[in-house]
Design a protein around this ligand. Structure first.
Ligand code: ATP
Length: 299
């Protein structure tokens, strides 16, 4: 649905994006992670068709997105700094979007009213920061976009509202294959909603991963043996991390789950426990080598 191909962007003499490429499939939720100043907002504004790349292509549904009105009518970009027309109430802003966007769905707007509990006749500027963000989700989801681009979307939302917004997004992805791009500083914030993540660092995508594949490919196990099988076993496995706790060996192992289990069982362990591994641990053990960029999104 979204294809970014060899994008370059400089502001004055500063190179901000350097040969960035990635793809977001239809119905996928992609987390764009990176530290402050990594270029996330610049990239998102480009994908939203607001600014143009110096070189490269940004395609949405195979079409160049810059100033492409028909495509932009099917996309919503929620920036980190929200902007509403001054003095407008939620209802007035809804009417404005209704005229602007093809996909506006009045029934959906009424339905979502029950999720947000906000007075639609109140001026948006009189709401708190978090409530203004709720308005952004209320209106954006009423547009029923094909593509939803969210820059730091959970900033200012309380825990209950974060959960509610996440489930509303997931529901739209499941029901009508909406495609979502979310930027964040923090892996933990997006790990339970995204199916893919890309890490932007020094103007480049440092690594990209499918989160389900990543989880399926790394395992945390605790084993103990009567004899010296441990040493032989270790030479047969791809071990990302090992820690000896008395007679018990704790290992983070990479590989296909069934093969790892079979390999361990071959040596008849007297202890064999499989432990829960967080995405954060996987990133630390598997990608520790890339240093700052990873450390920073795990803080
Ligand atoms: N219009 C502009 N003119 C000049 N420099 C800009 C402009 N917009 C962004 N930049 C620079 O581009 C770099 C990337 O900024 P950007 O806002 O894209 O980063 P970000 O990853 O979204 O950061 P943050 O997480 O802090 O919001 C920064 O060094 C910023 O100063």
């Amino acid at each position: 649905m979204i294809k970014v191909r060899k994008i370059h962007k400089s502001f004055e003499k500063n190179k901000i994006l350097n040969d960035v490429s990635f793809t977001v499939d239809r119905g996928s939720i992609y987390g764009l992670l990176g530290s402050n100043g990594a270029g996330k907002t610049t990239l998102m504004r480009m994908i939203a068709g607001i600014i143009q790349a110096d070189n490269g292509q940004v395609l949405v549904r195979e079409e160049d997105v810059f100033e492409n009105i028909p495509i932009k009518k099917r996309m919503v970009f929620v920036p980190d700094a929200l902007y509403y027309l001054p003095q407008y109430t939620v209802r007035q802003m809804a009417n404005y979007y209704r005229d602007l966007y093809d996909g506006w769905d009045e029934e959906r707007y009424e339905e979502l009213k029950g999720s947000f509990h906000l007075d639609e006749n109140k001026k948006i500027s009189q709401f708190s920061k978090g409530m203004q963000r709720q308005v952004a989700f209320w209106l954006s989801l009423s547009i029923k976009p094909d593509v939803l681009i969210l820059d730091e979307p959970f900033d200012g939302l309380d825990a209950v509202m974060r959960k509610k917004v996440r489930s509303l997004i997931i529901q739209d992805v499941a029901d009508r294959e909406m495609t979502v791009l979310i930027s964040s500083h923090n892996l933990r914030e997006v790990e339970d909603i995204c199916d893919h993540v890309g890490i932007l660092h020094d103007g480049q995508i440092l690594l990209e991963r499918d989160l389900d594949e990543l989880k399926a490919d790394v395992h945390k196990v605790q084993v103990a043996f009567k004899d010296d099988s441990e040493e032989i076993l270790e030479s047969d496995l791809t071990i990302l991390h090992r820690e000896k706790r008395g007679s018990v060996l704790l290992m983070i192992v990479k590989g296909e789950e069934q093969k790892v289990i079979a390999e361990i069982q071959k040596y008849s362990p007297i202890v064999f426990d499989r432990l829960q591994l967080t995405l954060e641990e996987i990133f630390i053990y598997e990608m520790g080598g890339v240093g700052y960029a990873i450390d920073n999104i795990l803080v």
